[in-house]
Design a protein around this ligand. Structure first.
Ligand SMILES: Nc1nc2c(ncn2[C@@H]2O[C@H](COP(=O)(O)OP(=O)(O)OP(=O)(O)O)[C@@H](O)[C@H]2O)c(=O)[nH]1
Ligand SMILES: [Mg+2]
Length: 449
């Protein structure tokens, strides 16, 4: 980290303004080589100045200097706001590199911030998620991580384990048995308490993942039940072709929707029936099955004016085999409705009455789709959405459950399992993570961050 790095922090596209960031011990000196008038640069003050390319003016810029350690990375940092033309950005980077900086790798500014103790690994991941968040719910989730709420919870659990381990270890060293034993109930309660918290946190992954990536919903049903009409009603515009002909939709059609700040990715599919009329429809039905496999929620759309047909009985078996969260939409309730004679094992599934024609029930369907996500987020807002975090928590939990089996002997095996669980929590926060693993994690960050 003794070198000085630079990158465009505002993306590759043209824009009114772009920011080039430089971090490292030479940042100030290099800056002085590209400005018209070299100076000492007052920290955290913006200075309007002229940037030079040799003897010619490259741009007029607004420059801010942050002095180590009071900067994002903990090093000397310079931010240069320039006009966002691809030429100026490219040329300024060339000049900075010619004077001694080097192009930053992906996530390298964040990695330096982490190395200088400005944030832990969980908070650094939060930055990535904040930048990637495209809707309110994902943003809130990421902000809670960036704000350190998740880190605080993890640190608390880590401290409990570390204290317990210290008490056990000191007794292992106490060969003369001068200390009072800890007591099995105490040890069990401590471990059990941490397991409960870890489990609760790990359980939020199923919802956290959906909030971050969006809830994938597949609309399936027999031909003509109104799947494409429902897609159009949900997104609020005429996206998919609707016709009274059976077998209109062949390819899957994907569209994104925002419901109460949650992202939903809807897929309209080809209707499923016993015999496809041609090869294209056959392929369409194959894609429908694939859409069901990829979905988080399957919405079975049935025509309420017809009742459940034989073809739908077969389709239900296929839906059921997916073992996914399922909703049933009884569509066309503006028409004469016949009793809904569901297959026996579909009786417990939520049924929503909808008319794509009048719009009745469409909002209720939207609310039902995001209900679980909304509730999880409003409980206390600390959710995990990162697979690495989830896996570390599971590992810690497994070791603590093992530890519970060895409370009675109170010896080295008990200590070893607690030590391992503690290690997984420390790894989550980046405290014991090897450099090559850190390199991989930060390389997934965006350029200039
Ligand atoms: N009355 C009434 N008609 C509807 C409703 N929803 C759809 N329809 C009609 O039902 C027919 C079939 O609608 P689509 O949306 O194309 O049905 P689909 O399920 O996508 O059909 P395929 O793509 O062939 O599988 C069209 O004529 C629609 O206008 C509804 O709520 N009420
Ligand atoms: Mg269709």
């Amino acid at each position: 980290m003794s070198d000085t790095i630079c990158a465009v922090s505002t993306g590759t596209a043209s824009g009114a303004v772009a920011i080039i960031r430089m971090s490292g011990p030479q940042a100030r000196d290099i800056l002085n080589r590209v400005v018209l008038r070299a100076r000492s640069w007052e920290p955290r003050q913006q200075t309007f100045c002229t940037l030079l390319d040799g003897k010619e003016v490259l741009d007029k810029a607004l420059v801010t200097f942050f002095q180590a350690p009071h900067s994002f990375t903990g090093e000397d940092v310079v931010e240069i706001a320039i006009h966002g033309s691809p030429y100026i950005k490219g040329r300024l980077l060339e000049l900075l590199c010619a004077y001694g900086a080097r192009p930053a790798r992906r996530g390298e500014f964040s990695q330096r911030a982490f190395m200088h103790g400005k944030m832990d690994l969980v908070e650094a991941q939060g930055i990535c998620d904040v930048i990637a968040a495209g809707n309110k719910a994902a943003h809130q989730l990421a902000m809670n991580t960036l704000d350190g709420k998740l880190s605080a919870r993890l640190t608390q659990l880590k401290t409990t384990l570390a204290e317990l381990l210290a008490q056990i270890e000191v007794r292992l060293d106490d060969v003369d048995e001068e200390m009072q034993p800890l007591g099995e109930t105490f040890i069990t309660q401590q471990i059990q308490g941490v397991i409960t918290h870890i489990k609760a946190l790990a359980d939020t992954f199923s919802v956290g993942r959906l909030i971050k990536d969006g809830l994938k919903v597949a609309l399936v049903g027999v031909p003509n039940s109104g799947k494409s009409s429902l897609l159009n009603a949900l997104v609020g515009f005429d996206r998919a072709i609707v016709s009274e002909q059976s077998g209109t939709t062949r390819d899957t059609i994907e569209e994104t929707l925002d419901v109460n700040g949650q992202k939903i990715v809807l897929t309209d599919t080809a209707g499923i029936r016993d015999h496809a009329v041609d090869v294209a429809e056959q392929e369409g039905m194959r894609r429908t099955v694939r859409a069901m496999e990829k979905a988080d929620v399957i919405v079975w759309v049935t025509d309420g004016s017809l009742g459940v047909t034989q073809a739908e009985q077969t389709l239900w078996q296929q839906i059921k085999d997916q073992h996914k969260c399922t909703l049933i939409v009884r569509n066309k309730i503006d028409k004469m409705i016949v009793p809904l004679d569901l297959p026996a094992d579909a009786k417990g599934v939520t049924v929503l009455d909808v008319s794509c024609k009048t719009g009745q029930g469409v909002q209720a369907l939207k609310d039902a789709l995001v209900k679980d996500l909304d509730e999880a987020q409003h409980s206390d807002g600390i959710l995990i959405s990162n697979l690495r975090h989830y896996e570390s928590l599971l590992r810690a939990q497994t070791d603590l459950e093992e530890a519970l089996l060895h409370v009675q002997d109170g010896g080295e095996i008990l200590a070893e399992h607690i030590r391992k669980a503690l290690f997984y929590l420390q790894d989550l926060l980046g405290e014991v993570t090897p450099d090559d693993v850190l390199g991989i994690i930060f390389s997934k960050f965006c350029m200039g961050k």
